[in-house]
Design a protein around this ligand. Structure first.
Ligand code: AHR
Length: 327
């Protein structure tokens, strides 16, 4: 907005904001520009997060510039540098891996641009490098999946194969830990094979095929735990092609609650999922606007809910409620 086309009301408001301690001179929420370094589009959940972020920004009249990193940290670092050079009001970062952010986030900090982490954490000793992180408790997600499995197999011996998320991603490390801790209390349940499927359907299928081959065509496997639903959907395909019944011969438990897993529930081919909301941007934008407008410093962690869904939870209804969200 130039001085020439500002109304008297805007001029007075700008003057007022400029004199309120703790507010920046760019403190009109309506004029905020946010750069979002998004990981890519590896999963249905990720596609929904991108789509929901756009609509949440639009609702608040925020300009959102999205840079797709195509799964590469180096592209995310370039995007952050470009956002800093453009002088955006804030940066949202969904970090593909947990380490290696200190230098570039230090550059954003020096430029006084607040950074908000979305859906994944980073490993840093310097928490002042970001304003807040909007994430689920991903250790808890893994624990919910593990407890569901323990509750379902009872005392029966159960050999589990695990499809991990992207190596080095906080959510992959944490979902593994939560699950391992939960089943450690049940010596009859053991993870016999565990490998990354990089959060994609194609890789989930490919790795499951190798698990099945190595485990007597799948006959040794009692359950498959996938760190996201997309890998589980790929696994379901592989299990069917091997002549077994996913959801019955091999129990399927995963994370995200994307519409396709509810379709699999309806077909009797999957057994449980832990929901991760794709709306990380809404709470992040609210925190950012309160910070810019009133100087309100948000808590370091804004935690989103993790809810267990099973085929008993009216999968058709949940599917219908989610299918328009960009998954
Ligand atoms: O960080 C969230 C995870 O990233 C989702 O569970 C997965 O689907 C995605 O790609």
């Amino acid at each position: 907005m130039t001085l020439k086309n500002m109304t008297l009301k805007n001029v007075l408001l700008a003057a007022l904001v400029a004199f309120v301690p703790g507010t920046a001179s760019t403190a009109f929420a309506a004029s905020l520009t946010v750069g979002f370094s998004q990981i890519g589009s590896e999963s249905g959940w990720r596609a929904a997060e991108t789509s929901v972020s756009k609509s949440e920004a639009q609702k608040r009249d925020v300009t959102l510039k999205i840079a797709d990193a195509q799964q590469k940290q180096e592209n995310q670092i370039k995007a952050i540098r470009s956002f800093v050079a453009q002088g955006v009001d804030a940066i949202f970062l969904a970090p593909v891996v947990a380490t290696g952010w200190d230098a570039v986030l230090g550059e954003a900090k020096d430029a006084k641009i607040p950074v908000i982490l979305l859906d994944r954490d980073i490993d840093t000793a310097n928490k002042s490098l970001y304003l807040t992180a909007v994430t689920s408790d991903s250790v808890h997600e893994g624990a919910v999946a593990g407890e569901w499995l323990a509750g379902n197999v009872g005392d029966k011996p159960c050999s589990v194969v695990e499809l991990q998320g992207t190596v080095g991603a906080s959510v992959a490390t944490n979902r593994k830990k939560g699950f391992d801790d939960a089943i450690a209390k049940h010596p009859n349940i053991k993870v016999i094979r565990s490998q990354t499927g990089d959060f994609t359907r194609a890789k989930g299928k490919e790795v499951t095929e190798s698990f099945l081959k190595a485990e007597n065509g799948g006959k040794n496997i009692c359950a498959l735990y996938a760190h996201n639903d997309d890998m589980a959907v790929g696994a379901i395909q592989a299990i069917k092609e091997a002549g077994l019944k996913p959801g019955k011969d091999i129990l399927i438990v995963s994370i995200d609650a994307v519409p396709d897993i509810f379709k699999a529930f309806m077909a009797g081919e999957a057994n449980a999922t832990v929901e991760l909301t794709p709306n990380m941007a809404g709470p992040a934008l609210d925190a950012l606007i309160a910070f810019k407008d009133k100087g309100t410093v948000p808590p370091k962690w804004i935690q989103t809910e993790s809810k267990l869904f099973t085929p008993a939870d009216d999968p058709q209804k949940v599917y219908d409620s989610k299918k328009g969200l960009g998954y």
